[in-house]
Design a protein around this ligand. Structure first.
Ligand SMILES: CC(C)(COP(=O)(O)OP(=O)(O)OC[C@H]1O[C@@H](n2cnc3c(N)ncnc32)[C@H](O)[C@@H]1OP(=O)(O)O)[C@@H](O)C(=O)NCCC(=O)NCCS
Length: 152
């Protein structure tokens, strides 16, 4: 398998723009999320991570620093590179960088058929299922796990 490099990139840099194009490819074209919902104002302030293989951006996610926790989102991997640990590498790097800054409360909203991916990374689902971008989702977090489970 090609070597994968994971790194944070500035918004609107060449690599970040390639990540935005990948998000469009995955969320708008593949998953039919309405185009107007794909970008939002958090994109201006988020930290964007890319996974690069063979000089190409093959994966991305964004990290939003909120008061109550770190929110991870827009996790996307190019179809041909799935099942090779790219999402795990992105998540591990983003969470390690946040932990190095003293942050240890992580939150995300996951498509309901992707819970297993995030459970492997220490997240627990809580609260009711809801619809976002036309797909069922659950909220997940890495902290207060006991109360998270109780709210199922
Ligand atoms: C979901 C997605 C990001 C996973 O990326 P990926 O690079 O294929 O995932 P990885 O190979 O890093 O998987 C890491 C682990 O999670 C598991 N996993 C991956 N997708 C999973 C899923 N849908 N359900 C359960 N487990 C899953 C893998 O088996 C792997 O387990 P292992 O480490 O024990 O082998 C990718 O399929 C994708 O881009 N899908 C379309 C966009 C999307 O759905 N984004 C997520 C929105 S919540």
């Amino acid at each position: 398998m090609s070597e994968i490099t994971v790194l944070p990139v500035p918004v609107f840099s060449t690599l970040c723009n390639a990540a935005f194009a990948l998000r469009r490819e995955v969320f708008v074209w593949e998953q039919k999320v309405p185009e107007e919902e794909e970008h939002d104002s958090y994109d201006m302030t988020a930290t964007h991570y890319v996974a690069v293989a063979d000089g190409e951006v093959v994966g991305t996610l964004r990290v939003i620093a909120l008061e109550e926790h770190i929110k991870i989102g827009r996790v996307a991997v190019r179809q041909a590179f799935r099942g090779r640990g790219v999402a795990r590498r992105l998540m591990d790097q983003a969470m390690a960088d946040a932990r190095a800054k003293g942050e240890d409360r992580f939150f995300l909203t996951a498509q309901s058929d992707k819970l297993g991916l995030y459970e492997k990374l220490g997240f627990v689902a809580f609260g009711p299922e809801f619809t976002d971008g036309g797909m069922p989702h659950r909220a997940m977090r890495t902290y207060d796990k006991d109360s998270a489970t109780l709210q199922d």
